[in-house]
Design a binder for this molecule. Structure first.
Ligand code: FE2
Ligand code: FE2
Length: 357
């Protein structure tokens, strides 16, 4: 299977991975044939593209997906419950929902330690209308992967995962009119929005009864390494480690579904932004781990090579993420397919990825 940008989707292409709406409803199932109507509707929803089966990608399977679709959906449902109801239910009810989420986080951490994936291929199918609970799950998965790749012990990665899942929980107290606003905030709206780390800290501590290491990460996830963040303008190591990790995962995911740009960006673009922020907005050591954890060209992506051929990314090289193993093809002759390892093939050293098809 391979990922095809919405503009390059054509009727009769076969859907390879199911597509879900923002609230988890199935939009298109695997094996479905695309129609003009589907393509139009998916463009309207802001999906950047989707995975399809075709001759170019025969035998290629994205192998670096950390969570299967079922596990991701269970996590989404758990977070949706607490984000939808948290502000209006009793402490006991909130603690019950928190327990459900903590079991999900535990399962994900357990899975990541067992399967031990080196690389995270972020799903490319997100719409720009991502909800805060979806964002929380994506930030959680990425933070867990970074923690594991930093060689943290499992119980610490669990706490990091919990902090990442709940980092934006304070948003349950932000008025819906602000939260769901499309486009830029006014200064007043932004000032209200900026209180969410403190609201989240109070909620995590007083209502959910989570430990200080988690509450502190919730409070400081908008601090920036160079002291330009909020609420306390903390700098460098003054910012708790978990908050430094979550800020990288948070910004990376937010770029993938940016409301400001009105267009979900592909992983590659967000990747460059994080790399450029090393030592300024972000802790350079964490950016270094991030760069070895997230694939800028996820498996299944169709790219253009400097040689003029098109290619599908087959596998990432954790030590050289910008130069994956690809399967190049000639669009005019489907039989002409060639595997090229951009990191190690001697005759591929002059070839690079120049664009996404
Ligand atoms: Fe936040
Ligand atoms: Fe966030």
């Amino acid at each position: 299977m391979r990922f095809v940008r919405m503009n390059n989707c054509k009727p009769d292409m076969i859907v390879a991975r199911p597509l879900y709406s923002e609230c988890g409803a199935l939009l298109l199932s695997k094996g479905h044939l695309l129609t003009d109507r589907h393509i139009h509707a998916l463009k309207q929803r802001g999906f950047p593209g989707l995975y399809i089966f075709d001759q170019f990608s025969e035998g290629i399977n994205p192998e670096e997906i950390v969570l299967d679709d079922d596990m991701r959906r269970i996590a989404l449902n758990g977070m949706k419950e607490i984000f939808d109801k948290g502000a209006n239910i009793s402490q006991a009810k909130n603690q019950e929902l928190c327990k459900i989420v903590s079991r999900i986080v535990y399962d994900i951490v357990d899975h990541v330690f067992k399967v031990n994936p080196a690389v995270l291929s972020v799903p490319l199918m997100k719409s720009f209308d991502e909800h805060v609970y979806q964002h929380s799950v994506e930030v959680g998965i990425l933070a867990i992967m970074i923690g594991k790749n930093m060689n943290m012990p499992k119980n610490e990665v669990f706490n990091l995962g919990m902090a990442a899942f709940f980092h934006d929980i304070g948003k349950i107290f932000v008025p819906k009119t602000i939260l769901s606003k499309k486009g830029k905030f006014t200064r007043e709206e932004f000032n209200v929005m900026k209180i969410h780390p403190e609201w989240g800290f109070d909620f995590a501590k007083e209502v959910l009864g989570l430990p200080p290491v988690i509450n502190q990460a919730v409070l400081h996830h908008h601090e920036r390494f160079d002291g330009t963040g909020y609420p306390y303008k903390l700098k460098c190591k003054q910012i708790p480690l978990f908050a430094r990790i979550i800020s990288v995962a948070d910004v990376f995911d937010a770029l993938g579904s940016s409301r400001v740009y009105k267009k979900a960006q592909l992983t590659t673009e967000g990747y460059g932004y994080i790399m450029a922020g090393a030592g300024r907005q972000f802790d350079p050591n964490i950016v270094d781990i991030f760069s070895k954890t997230v694939a800028p060209f996820p498996t299944g992506l169709t790219v253009e090579l400097s040689s003029g051929l098109h290619a599908v990314v087959v596998r990432n090289n954790p030590n050289f993420m910008t130069r994956p193993l690809v399967c190049a093809f000639n669009p005019n002759n489907l039989k002409e397919r060639e595997h090229i390892n951009l990191a190690s093939d001697a005759d591929a050293l002059g070839i690079k990825i120049v664009g996404i098809v």
